[in-house]
Design a protein around this ligand. Structure first.
Ligand code: HEC
Length: 114
């Protein structure tokens, strides 16, 4: 009986430790490497025409900077103007899935050059 109790506590603890991992598991599109989530189809069909999706997956920006990037492409690279709904969907997707990392494992090293 004691063993069963210990086992149950152990399993509960293990579940608690592993759960955040499951919650944050993301699915990636095999073809583009983009995170599959709300707005994925819209981004895939509008943002991989001129360049690879790596332009997106290798970047991390907040919503404003994503918007600036889109405006920059519209002004200089011939990106078309989106309907407000479409633009919102794209920005929601980008700022959710490609936001700047908040937590660092350790603070950046302070280097002093002599
Ligand atoms: C009409 C063509 C076109 C489309 C469509 C397009 N882009 Fe771009 N984008 C470009 C060009 C050209 C560059 C510059 C590539 C380079 O520097 O080599 C670029 C660069 C980028 C960059 C890098 C910017 C930087 O500061 O280095 C990102 C991020 C990006 N695009 C995201 C997107 C997203 C998100 C979409 C969909 C909303 C999109 N692109 C759709 C033409 C396009």
């Amino acid at each position: 009986m004691r063993i069963t109790g210990i086992l149950i506590v152990f399993i509960i603890m293990l579940t608690l430790v592993l759960m955040p991992g499951y919650a944050s598991a993301v699915k990636l599109d095999k073809e583009t490497g983009l995170v599959i989530g709300k707005g994925f189809d819209t981004v895939k069909s509008n943002c991989t025409i001129c360049h690879s999706a790596m332009m997106i997956t290798q970047n991390r920006m907040d919503r404003n900077r994503w918007l600036e990037t889109i405006r920059w492409m519209q002004k200089n690279q011939g990106l078309r103007t989106f309907k407000p709904d479409t633009e919102k969907e794209i920005l929601d997707y980008l700022s959710t899935n490609y936001a700047p990392e908040k937590a660092y494992r350790r603070p950046p090293l302070k280097v002093e050059w002599e």
